[in-house]
Design a protein around this ligand. Structure first.
Ligand code: F6R
Length: 600
């Protein structure tokens, strides 16, 4: 995680760095800093906390035409000024920002840097001291920088300034994201194009282990061996207004409200002029050829994968396994003969998923990435990509990406089913259009959901979400949403499993939210609700129109039974949102979290 911005050019460097860091705050927000260079030397400002605090601390009179900035999600060392980036070498000549984790930092410290005094607990300080040490030997900054990059093991995106060189930003990356932005009379680097869209929409990708010299009027990309690489810029397809909150108080609420639009966009993008489903023929063939699908993802994307499994097994009749990326990476199950891997990732940068992708590629297995970010690492490195078309998702808690992932998985399942000659008795695009309308109805019921959030979550310590069949998958996501932004301890549970132990936690007033959208388990989930009510729970049932009963707290508009997760999750997202809001939590930037998890 962590966000990096670097700039070299004629404009107000500190303003560009601060604006960029504000846009990157979703990547981490426990401390921040910038370093700018001018004739007086390096001016370094670091704070504990957010970019707003950094903005207040920066000396507005300092003018400069180059600099680097960082917003941090702590890995090594507690959040605080000492561990905040940029870090400086002992002499103060080199100043560096880093995103990632250096796995061999202790070894490097012992082997090369026993004569250096360290001020921070970070792995990053080792990099900058190592560059200084190597500079002492080579007397050349590029060589020292390159030699240091050769010695690093782990993940990194790095930007560095040399106080003796006012013409170059030194940049490199491995596994962590970093892009070079190309401007007229300036150039820049950023963890995400979103950070610097105001400055430019032209970006150059950096590949792992490359070294980039970013100067005012040119950029030179080199391999780690020093060979110059010719790489053309691409145009970032992001609408700058998508990255603003507009009239909303929180990005999360805006993104919840955007879900009907995203559904319609997906329907549009995956249909041809004759309203027929259109999917890349190579993806269709890969799906057809697979004897088993392995879905790999983390967090909310993993929960979308669980829903996708149901689509693929029921419609396309392919066996599917869904795995948490961080577990799969180190404990691979026995694989089938012709597996196809599907990576689901909003950001396309999740390190746990990428680690699996690297391993399965070594074995020669094909991979498809379903992602919201064009050009992201998981997209570039997989054989095929399906886009989510959800637009930038900025709130840390994922909402519209989850429903977009489910919709795209439904389209993939339908396409594979038809490629295999299976007849479907419903029109999937028509059903998704009905879902979009239902989503709109739900997002208009905020007042009702806000009241339910007050009634159930105002003071509670814990909460349970229960469901059966596909409602169970949504319960897992509902619990994750509530806990990550409101800090209420929440668990998603299979309705029938509660009585095998967990029901011991039900006390007088414990909130239990049950989903009842599946006809074949409607009576059994209602039975499970009776069991917890008998033990004092404060239960509510959210049911699907057609299955509702008189006392149900909330009724969802009717949609196709397979697609209910797309609508049942919306009240869950809104309940979590209002619970967090009323508990005075920072909805968009919950504690300890970051949006893009680029460390394993
Ligand atoms: C929760 C959330 C996370 C992400 C997870 C994977 O709201 O956003 O659980 O889903 O970190 O991230 P991506 O989808 O970017 O791979």
């Amino acid at each position: 995680m962590c966000g990096i911005v670097g700039y070299i050019g004629e404009n107000d460097t500190k303003e560009i760095l601060l604006n960029g860091l504000e846009k990157l705050e979703y990547r981490g927000y426990d401390s921040a800093g910038i370093a700018t260079l001018n004739d007086e030397g390096v001016c370094l400002t670091k704070v504990k906390g957010r970019i707003a605090a950094l903005r207040e601390s920066v000396d507005s009179s300092v003018q400069s035409t180059m600099g680097i900035g960082h917003t941090r999600w702590a890995t090594h060392g507690v959040p605080g000024i000492i561990n905040a980036h940029p870090h400086q070498s002992a002499s103060g000549r080199f100043t560096l920002v880093h995103n990632g984790v250096i796995e061999n930092f202790n070894k490097l410290k012992k082997e090369y840097l026993s004569d250096f005094d360290f001020v921070s607990d970070t792995d990053t300080e080792v990099i900058v001291q190592l560059i200084e040490k190597l500079y002492q030997k080579h007397q050349n900054t590029v060589t020292a920088f390159r030699e240091a990059m050769r010695l690093l093991k782990g993940s990194y995106a790095i930007g560095m300034i040399d106080a003796e060189d006012h013409e170059t930003l030194y940049v490199s990356k491995n596994k962590s994201p970093l892009l070079v932005g190309i401007g007229d009379g300036f150039n820049l680097v950023a963890s995400d194009a979103m950070a610097t869209l105001k400055e430019t929409d032209q970006y150059v990708e950096i590949h792992d282990k490359e070294i980039v010299l970013v100067c005012r009027n040119f950029v030179e990309v080199q391999t780690i061996e020093g060979a110059v690489v010719d790489r053309k810029p691409y145009t970032a397809q992001i609408d700058a207004s998508d990255t603003e909150k507009g009239t909303y108080s929180h990005f999360m609420l805006k993104e919840i409200d955007e879900q009907p639009i995203v559904m319609r966009k997906i329907i549009n993008e995956y249909q041809n002029e004759d309203n027929e489903l259109k999917l890349d023929a190579d993806i269709r063939n890969a799906m057809k050829a697979a004897d088993r699908i392995y879905i790999i993802a983390a967090g909310t994307s993993y929960h979308a994968g669980l829903v996708g499994k149901e689509f693929l097994e029921k419609l396309a009749k392919i066996p599917v396994e869904v795995h948490v990326a961080s577990e799969f990476s180190y404990n691979m199950p026995l694989l089938s003969e012709k597996p196809l891997f599907i990576f689901i990732s909003q950001s396309g940068e999740t390190a746990d998923s990428r680690s699996v992708l690297v391993k399965i590629k070594e074995k020669g297995y094909p991979a498809l990435t379903i992602t919201n970010v064009t050009g992201s690492t998981l997209s570039r490195e997989a054989n095929y990509t399906l886009h989510l078309y959800a637009g930038p998702e900025i709130a840390v808690a994922s909402t519209k990406a989850y429903t977009a992932q489910i919709a795209v998985l439904a389209i993939l399942a339908v396409d594979t089913a038809s490629a295999k000659g299976f007849h479907l008795d419903f029109d999937p695009m028509q059903e998704l259009a009905i879902v979009a309308n239902a989503m709109e109805v739900l997002t208009d019921q905020k007042e009702e959901l806000e009241q339910l959030a007050r009634d159930y979550f105002a003071t509670t310590r814990n909460a349970f979400f229960i469901g059966r069949s596909s409602d169970y998958n949504v319960s897992l996501e509902a619990a994750l949403k509530l806990k990550e932004i409101s800090y209420i301890q929440a668990e998603g549970f299979a309705g029938g499993e509660l009585k095998h132990g967990t029901i011991a936690l039900i006390e007088e007033g414990t909130p239990v939210i049950a989903l009842a959208t599946q006809e074949n388990v409607n009576y059994s989930i209602r039975g499970n609700v009776q069991e917890v009510v008998a033990r004092g729970a404060n239960a509510m049932i959210i049911s699907l129109k057609g299955l509702e009963e008189d006392d149900d707290a909330f009724v969802l508009p009717h949609v196709h039974e397979l697609l209910t997760p797309l609508v049942s999750v919306i009240p869950m997202q809104l309940l979590a949102y209002y619970a967090a809001l009323h508990r005075n939590c920072d909805v968009d930037k919950p504690r300890n979290l970051a949006k893009s998890v680029t460390v394993e």
